[in-house]
Ligand binder design. Structure first.
Ligand code: NAD
Ligand code: UDP
Length: 311
C-alpha cells in the first residue's frame, strides 16, 4: 500500500484526488489550512482507516513520511489569490521549498500543481511547454503567476543540484464536483448564477477564451505524470475551447435558465486566448482527455444543485 501526501487536500482538485487514490487502495494523508478548501469536501474520508488529515499551513515546514507528494496547496481562483497576494506568493514559494526539502530528505516522489498562468497573456496559440510566457511581473495576477513560475524554477534547481525527480504539471482550466459555490471562477459562477436565476456576469465583452477540462481527465493526467520519469513541465488540460460569451450561452442552455447576461469590466491582465497544446502529454504519458464537455458540465450542474439545496 502506497502512502500518498496531498497538500491542498480540502480543495477542489485535492478532494477529488483523495477519493481517486483511496479507491485505488492507497493510504492518503491530507494537509490543508482551509484558506479556500471546504471541510465538507473531507467528510466522506474522515472515517476511512486509510485516511489521515492534518490542518497545516504549507508556508511552515512539515515532516511527514510518504512515498509520493502531490503539492496542490495554493488558492487558485483570481478573487481568492488576489485577496492576500503576499500569502499567495509565500504559499507557492515556501510551500514548494518545504515539499522539496521533504522529498530530498525522505526520497518521496513529488508532483507540483503548476498552471497555464505561467504563460500569462500568451502571444502564441495554442500554448506549448517551450513557450516562456508573457507575464506582467507587477500586475494583480503576478502573485499567482510569478509564485508558480518561481516554484518551477526551484523544482528544476533542486532536480539539477540534488538529483530529485520532481514533476511539473501545468494545469489548464479544470472544473467539476467539489468546486466551492463561492469559488469565483467562471464555471462555478455561471452555473450557480444560472441555477439561481441571477444575472450571468460576463467580464469584458466575453471574447476572451478558455479551454475546459473535466476533473476525472485531469486526475488521470496527474497520476500518469507521477508514475512517469518525465521531469520537464507538461501541459494537462482539454483543448475544448470556448469564448466566455459562448460559454455563458452554453450554460444557460444546459441549465434551461432564463438568467440574463450582464457585462462587467474586464479584470486587468486577463489572458485573451488560452488553449493547451497537449501533444507532449499525449506522447510522453499517453494522456488523452475522454469526457465530453456536455457530460462534464451536466455532472457539475447536478453537483451544484445539491450544494445549493444544502444552503
Ligand atoms: P482550491 O482553491 O479549491 O484548492 C486549493 C487548496 O489549497 C484549498 O483547500 C486551500 O485551503 C489550500 N491552501 C491554500 N493555501 C494553503 C496553505 N498556505 N497551506 C495549506 N493549504 C493551503 O483550488 P484547486 O482548483 O483545487 O487548485 C489546486 C491546485 O491546482 C492549486 O495549486 C492551483 O494553483 C492548481 N491549478 C488549478 C487549476 C484549476 O483549474 N482548478 C488550474 C491550474 C492550476
Ligand atoms: N469570467 C467571467 N465571469 C465570471 C468569472 C470569470 O467572465 O463570473 C472570465 C474571466 O474574466 C476570464 C475567464 O472567465 O476571462 C476565466 O476566469 P476564471 O476566473 O475561471 O479563471 P482564469 O482562467 O482567468 O484564471
Amino acid at each position: 500500500m502506497k502512502k500518498i501526501l496531498i497538500t491542498g487536500a480540502a480543495g477542489f482538485i485535492g478532494s477529488n484526488l483523495t477519493k481517486r487514490l483511496l479507491e485505488e487502495g492507497n493510504f492518503v494523508i491530507g494537509l490543508d489550512n482551509f484558506y479556500t478548501g471546504q471541510k465538507e469536501n473531507l467528510k466522506p474520508f474522515l472515517n476511512n482507516k486509510n485516511y489521515k488529515f492534518f490542518e497545516h499551513n504549507v508556508i511552515e515546514p512539515y515532516d511527514i513520511e510518504a512515498d509520493e507528494i502531490y503539492n496542490l496547496a495554493c488558492p487558485a481562483s483570481p478573487i481568492h489569490y488576489q485577496k492576500d497576494p503576499i500569502f499567495t506568493f509565500k504559499t507557492s514559494v515556501f510551500g514548494i521549498i518545504n515539499a522539496l526539502e521533504l522529498s530530498k530528505k525522505t526520497g518521496a516522489k513529488l508532483l507540483q500543481a503548476s498552471t497555464s498562468e505561467v504563460y500569462g497573456d500568451a502571444k502564441i496559440y495554442p500554448q506549448n511547454e517551450k513557450y516562456f510566457g508573457n507575464v506582467n511581473p507587477n500586475g494583480i495576477r503576478a502573485c499567482y503567476d510569478e509564485g508558480k513560475r518561481a516554484a518551477e524554477t526551484l523544482i528544476c534547481d533542486y532536480n539539477r543540484l540534488y538529483g530529485l525527480n520532481a514533476k511539473i504539471a501545468r494545469i489548464f482550466n479544470t472544473y467539476g464536483e467539489n468546486m466551492d459555490i463561492k469559488d469565483g471562477r467562471v464555471v462555478s459562477n455561471f452555473i450557480v448564477q444560472a441555477l439561481r436565476g441571477e444575472d450571468i456576469t460576463i467580464y469584458g465583452e466575453g471574447n476572451q477564451s478558455r479551454s475546459f477540462c473535466y476533473i476525472s481527465d485531469l486526475l488521470e493526467g496527474l497520476i500518469l505524470l507521477m508514475k512517469s520519469d518525465v521531469t520537464e513541465p507538461v501541459n494537462l488540460g482539454n483543448p475544448d475551447e470556448f469564448t466566455i460569451k459562448d460559454f455563458a450561452l452554453y450554460i444557460l442552455d444546459l441549465t434551461k435558465s432564463s438568467s440574463k447576461c450582464v457585462y462587467m469590466p474586464l479584470p486587468l491582465d486577463d489572458p485573451h486566448k488560452r488553449k493547451p497544446d497537449i501533444s507532449c502529454a499525449k506522447t510522453k504519458l499517453g494522456f488523452e482527455p475522454k469526457v465530453k464537455i456536455e457530460d462534464g458540465i451536466k455532472n457539475t450542474i447536478e453537483y451544484f444543485k445539491t450544494r445549493i439545496d444544502k444552503q
